[in-house]
Design a protein around this ligand. Structure first.
Ligand code: HEC
Ligand code: HEC
Ligand code: HEC
Ligand code: HEC
Length: 324
């Protein structure tokens, strides 16, 4: 994972695919999470997208002959794994698309420091998570990295794909409503009995960091724009909307001065063509402030945001209910 890159995680690099273990390896211990995933568009796109008429139109325009094997589509729609020195699509958007390729951390995170759960000390558990993090694992507490992955795909920061291929310039994405519906798989700590929604404090962090990452991704996206066409307009619209929403949030939460800083960075570079250097610097500024926010706050003091955060009626798709 390289911080500050708009396509962090989203564009599966060769080194990522070499370390991908695949969702079956997670299923061994995380059955409930896998069942939830199987009910999502992320799972179904593997079978459905390549057969879709629109997909084939886009592929034709981009000169893509085999949708499943072309990294242009696979980087966002599929999980790739290296087998016999070539990359094979093995699933749709799966566990490792969001938690990062598992080979280096899978044993560490689940190993209880070589003991059993009862005999691992608190200090050892802390070391274990530190080690898993250092090996690239993206965990629920890493809200910024998780959000970077979602927006890296859902903003679609690829000019040709949009202007020439006619692909949508991203989704009407918002992190709370899009993570708490069909994507939700918060089942581990209740041993599969419940699939609980994010707490109020967590939802505030998801909302705030999500808006910030939307702005960051759109700024980088405009930086890449070369033509006065749909892609550039859509990216500029996204950035402008996000910085307006963030200005509202900054007003409601004066106790978090970093939000006002983000808004300033949002206005630090013109939303126009041929401005990549300044737009990238502005996006880097947004990124720094977001990381600070995740280090300093946990959402408990941000109740002023509650009226802005989309409620359950806005959740995208339905969260899976575990069997009793
Ligand atoms: C051998 C069993 C096992 C396998 C295989 C496994 N996990 Fe886990 N996983 C665990 C255990 C045990 C925990 C909880 C450890 C704890 O609470 O200290 C856990 C916790 C997690 C967490 C939550 C971390 C946190 O911060 O609370 C995530 C995310 C996760 N696993 C993802 C995965 C993914 C993705 C895969 C496949 C690449 C995977 N796991 C494979 C056993 C496993
Ligand atoms: C940067 C990530 C990204 C890349 C690269 C990408 N897609 Fe998508 N695609 C998405 C996202 C995100 C959606 C969901 C959009 C939404 O919210 O409706 C999507 C939706 C779609 C849809 C359904 C929506 C529609 O327009 O009807 C099709 C078909 C599709 N993609 C085909 C392709 C093909 C074919 C390629 C390769 C040529 C490709 N995509 C490359 C991210 C991507
Ligand atoms: C679309 C991205 C995405 C995918 C795909 C995904 N996760 Fe997660 N996962 C998350 C997010 C985000 C959270 C944090 C949930 C929250 O904020 O409440 C999470 C939380 C978890 C947790 C800890 C929460 C709990 O109680 O279970 C585990 C374990 C986990 N994921 C495992 C998996 C496994 C296994 C898969 C594949 C079957 C998977 N995830 C697929 C994004 C994803
Ligand atoms: C590797 C790229 C990728 C990542 C990472 C990713 N998504 Fe997606 N997501 C997609 C694509 C592509 C689709 C469209 C799938 C289809 O229907 O063909 C999609 C669809 C969805 C849908 C269903 C939308 C609908 O039309 O109903 C939801 C909800 C969603 N994503 C939420 C999330 C959340 C939340 C995260 C981060 C925690 C995330 N996604 C991360 C690529 C991604």
């Amino acid at each position: 994972m390289i911080f500050g890159c708009a396509t962090v995680g989203a564009i599966a690099s060769e080194s990522e695919s070499a370390k991908t273990v695949g969702p079956n390896a997670c299923a061994e211990c995380h059955k409930q999470e896998v069942e939830a995933w199987k009910g999502s568009h992320h799972f179904k796109t593997f079978r459905d997208m390549p057969r879709d008429t629109k997909a084939n139109e886009i592929a034709d325009k981009m000169g893509v002959r085999r949708i499943k094997y072309d990294s242009l589509c696979a980087s966002c729609h599929f999980t790739l794994q290296q087998k016999n020195n070539r990359e094979e699509p093995i699933a749709g958007i799966s566990c490792e698309s969001c938690h990062s390729a598992g080979q280096d951390w899978i044993k560490v995170h689940s190993g209880f420091s070589g003991k059993t759960i009862l005999f691992e000390s608190k200090a050892e558990a802390k070391e274990r998570w530190k080690l898993a993090d250092s090996k690239g694992m993206i965990r629920p507490r890493s809200v910024y990295q998780l959000a970077k992955n979602c927006y890296g795909c859902h903003v679609v920061p690829q000019e040709e794909l949009v202007n020439k291929g006619g692909h949508k310039a991203g989704s009407a994405f918002e992190l709370v409503s899009w993570s708490q519906g069909e994507v939700r798989h918060n089942t581990w700590h209740s041993k599969g009995r419940e699939n609980v929604a994010a707490s109020a404090a967590r939802a505030r962090m998801l909302y705030l960091v999500g808006l910030g990452v939307e702005l960051e991704t759109a700024l980088r996206g405009i930086g890449k724009a070369t033509a006065r066409k749909a892609y550039a307009f859509e990216m500029a619209k996204r950035a402008d909307k996000a910085r307006k929403q963030l200005a509202e949030v900054a007003k409601a939460a004066p106790g978090v001065p970093e939000i006002a800083e983000i808004v300033k960075f949002g206005h630090a570079a013109g939303l126009k063509l041929n401005n990549e250097r300044r737009l990238t610097a502005a996006a880097d500024g947004v990124s720094q402030q977001l990381i600070l926010i995740t280090e300093k706050y946990d959402g408990t003091a941000l109740a002023a945001l509650d009226s802005m955060i989309p409620g359950p009626d806005k959740y995208k798709g339905v969260a899976r209910k575990p069997p009793n």
